[in-house]
Design a protein around this ligand. Structure first.
Ligand code: NAP
Length: 249
């Protein structure tokens, strides 16, 4: 069923991983999708092709979400192509390990600039484009905001910040009929987790043991929950953190 037919969504960081999974699910539900990417134009364009091959409508747009001028261009180009905006998914994020033992200021600023500043810049810019009917903003957080892995403390703290922003912006934007929710995956198999070396590692086996449903998540698992949060079925939900983790906390 196409519950989101004719809506327009901008998904940040959709060249791969969870963002691409959300884009594909949205397209199945009738959404016209903008897939933002930073460096991976090949991944973004391949996902656009896959969506088009299944009868969906999508475009790929480059833009570094941690830079205000690039964010402005991203939303303007979205408006120029599709003429409206209904859904923003703040998905783009980085998660370099950054333990106290080998702390890197460069990685610290890259993590907060992408994960927190990028979220704020995109949310601020989206307000120029949502119609009087309102909209839905979905912020990707993580189970690590409540149960951090030690060397991921900086990353986990950015997700804690995202959850506070979610609650605050839900209140700030309610009068404009804009709902803001946080979506917290557990461990999901993506290019990002492959790069970290987590897939098929001892850590992977440990995650499977700790997850009641017994496996690592897939981007499609998260896409379905994002589609629910974006839909009118979630009209009475704002300011919440929804966990999608197979029971892992
Ligand atoms: P991923 O496979 O590493 O993909 C990250 C995406 O973010 C890519 O499309 C990348 O674009 C984009 N990106 C990074 N920096 C950007 C920037 N400055 N501007 C625009 N785009 C940027 O990551 P993932 O595993 O799918 O994670 C996606 C989100 O889910 C993140 O917020 C992450 O924290 C969250 N999450 C992931 C997991 C997990 O286990 N995978 C669990 C919980 C939460 P380019 O490749 O084009 O540069």
């Amino acid at each position: 069923m196409e519950k989101l037919k004719n809506k327009v969504a901008l998904i940040t960081g959709a060249s791969k991983g969870i963002g691409a999974g959300i884009a594909k699910e949205f397209a199945l539900q009738g959404v016209r999708v903008v897939l933002n990417y930073n460096q991976d134009s090949i991944g973004a364009n391949e996902t656009v092709k896959e969506i088009e091959n299944h009868g969906g409508e999508a475009i790929a747009l480059q833009g570094d979400i941690s830079k205000a001028d690039e964010v402005e261009r991203l939303f303007l180009e979205t408006q120029n192509v599709f003429g409206r905006l209904d859904i923003l998914v703040n998905n783009a994020g980085v998660f370099p390990p950054n333990s106290l033992g080998s702390f890197s200021e460069i990685d610290f600023y890259r993590t907060i600039n992408t994960n927190i500043l990028g979220n704020i810049l995109c949310t601020k810019e989206s307000l120029k484009y949502f119609s009087a009917l309102g909209g839905s903003i979905i912020n990707l957080t993580s189970v690590q905001s409540k149960n951090p892995i030690p060397e991921m403390a900086v990353y986990a703290s950015t997700k804690g910040a995202i959850e506070v922003l979610t609650m605050a912006y839900a209140k700030e934007l309610a009068a404009k009929n804009i709902r803001v929710n946080a979506l917290a995956p557990g461990a999901v198999e993506t290019e990002g987790t492959h790069t970290r070396g987590w897939f098929k590692s001892d850590f992977h086996k440990q995650i499977e043991r700790m997850t009641p449903l017994g496996r690592m998540g897939q981007p499609a698992d998260i896409g379905k929950v994002a589609a629910f949060l974006a839909s009118d079925d979630a009209l009475w939900i704002t300011g919440e953190r929804i966990t999608a983790s197979g029971g892992l906390h």
